[in-house]
Design a protein around this ligand. Structure first.
Ligand code: AQP
Length: 332
C-alpha cells in the first residue's frame, strides 16, 4: 500500500523554502495516503548543534507541522531519535551502500566545504540514514524539495541492492520522490542562483516562519533584483534568476501560475511586485507563525504529540526491522 514519509531537520531558521518545498505539500498528502512526518534530529547532529537549542528547534518544527495544518490524528508526527529502528537500519544500509555512491553526493561536497577531512563521518553517511528513515516504514512516496532528488535516488539504489543481495525481491519498495509543483526550489533572496537555506549566514537571504510582518516586508524590499521591468508571460524569465525567484514565490503563495503572475506584473518594475509580494507573504504566513508561537508556549502538549507519534511509528517500523534482520541472517 502507498505510504508517505518525509522529514525536516531541526537546525533552526525554518524558512519559506522548507514550507513551500516540503511542509505545505505534507498537509495535502496526509489525506491522500497514510503519512509519517518526522523531525530528523539524528540528521541534524551531523553538524554540531547546541543541545539546548536542539530541543527548542525540535519543538519548533513540530509546531510548524501542526500550525501548517498537519493533523496528528491523521498523520504520524514524531522525532527520529525516539524510534531506534532508524539508526539500526541505517547501519545495515551503510553495509549495503558503496563508497563510490556516497562519494558522488553533491550535498556532502557542498556542506563539507574545502576541508573534507574535518567533516563528520555522519555527514558523509547521511544519505544511508535517510534511506533507512524511508524504508523502515517501506514508504513508497517521499515529498521533498528539488535539492533532495539525489539522496532519494540513493535510497532507491540501496533498496534495490538490498533486495538483490539477499534474494529478497520486492522486500523494500523503491521509493518515489514527489517533487512536483510550485515552490520545489525557492532561491536565496540575496542570490537567485543559490537555494534558500537555513545555514546561509545572511538573515536577509531567507524568510523564516517566525518572521513578523515588518521583517518579511523588509527582506522582500531588500531582495536582490535587476534593473529591467518584469517580462511579459510570452518573453518569460530565462536568464533572470532573481525575477524568476520572486515571481515563483508569488506564484507558489497565491496559487497562480508563473504566466498569470507575469500577466499581472509584466512591464512593471520590481517596485510594483515587491510590495504586493510582501503583502501576500504576510497574509499567508502570519496565521502560521502566530499559531506556531501559541503552540510553542505549551511544550508539554508538543512533547505529548511527539511521544504518541513515536509509538505509532515504532509499531510500523518494529516488525519491518525484525523481518529485515531475519533476511540478513541475524538470530532473532
Ligand atoms: N530552498 C528550498 N526550496 C524548496 N525546498 C527546500 N527544502 C530545503 N530548502 C529548500 C526542502 O525542505 C525539506 C527539509 O529540509 P531539511 O531541513 O531536511 O534539509 P536541507 O535541505 O538541508 O534544508 P536547508 O534549509 O537547505 O538547510 P541547510 O542550510 O542546512 O542546507 C526538504 O524536503 C528539502 O528538500
Amino acid at each position: 500500500p502507498p505510504r508517505v514519509f518525509s522529514g525536516v531537520q531541526p537546525t533552526g531558521n525554518l524558512h519559506l523554502g522548507n514550507y513551500l518545498g516540503a511542509i505545505r505539500k505534507f498537509v495535502g498528502l496526509q489525506h491522500e495516503m497514510e503519512s509519517l512526518f518526522c523531525i530528523v534530529d539524528l540528521h541534524a547532529v551531523t553538524v554540531w548543534q547546541d543541545p539546548k537549542a536542539l530541543k527548542a528547534q525540535t519543538r519548533e518544527i513540530a509546531a510548524a507541522y501542526l500550525a501548517a495544518g498537519i493533523d496528528p490524528d491523521v498523520a504520524t508526527v514524531f522525532h527520529q531519535s525516539a524510534v531506534p529502528e532508524h539508526a539500526e537500519l541505517a547501519w545495515l544500509f551503510q553495509c549495503v551502500a558503496r563508497m563510490g555512491w556516497l562519494n558522488r553526493m553533491t550535498q556532502f561536497k557542498d556542506k563539507a566545504g574545502k576541508d573534507k577531512e574535518r567533516a563528520s563521518v555522519g555527514l558523509f553517511t547521511y544519505p544511508t540514514l535517510m534511506a533507512a528513515d524511508i524504508l523502515a516504514y517501506k514508504a513508497t512516496h517521499v515529498p521533498v524539495g528539488e535539492d533532495q532528488k539525489q539522496h532519494l535516488e540513493l535510497a532507491r539504489d540501496v533498496a534495490g541492492k538490498f533486495n538483490l543481495d539477499f534474494g529478497a525481491e520486492g522486500f523494500f519498495p523503491l521509493p518515489e520522490p514527489l517533487i512536483r509543483g510550485a515552490g520545489a526550489r525557492v532561491m536565496s533572496l540575496r542570490d537567485g542562483t543559490k537555494k534558500m537555506s537555513k545555514s546561509d549566514p545572511s538573515d536577509l537571504s531567507r524568510i523564516t516562519l517566525t518572521d513578523d510582518a515588518d521583517a518579511i516586508a523588509k527582506k522582500i524590499k531588500k531582495a536582490k533584483s535587476d534593473p529591467d521591468p518584469l517580462p511579459s508571460a510570452e518573453d518569460g524569465l530565462e536568464g533572470r534568476a532573481e525575477a524568476r525567484n520572486l515571481v515563483g514565490i508569488y506564484a507558489a503563495l497565491s496559487g497562480m501560475s508563473e504566466a498569470e503572475v507575469l500577466t499581472r506584473f509584466g512591464g512593471q518594475g520590481f517596485a510594483a511586485l515587491k510590495p504586493a509580494l510582501a503583502d501576500l507573504a504576510v497574509e499567508k504566513l502570519a496565521p502560521i507563525s502566530s499559531e506556531m508561537r501559541r503552540l510553542m508556549d505549551d511544550p508539554g502538549h508538543i512533547d505529548a504529540v511527539l511521544k504518541a507519534g513515536a509509538e505509532k511509528a515504532s509499531s510500523i517500523a518494529g516488525p519491518i526491522l525484525r523481518e529485515t534482520k531475519e533476511i540478513v541472517g541475524f538470530l532473532t
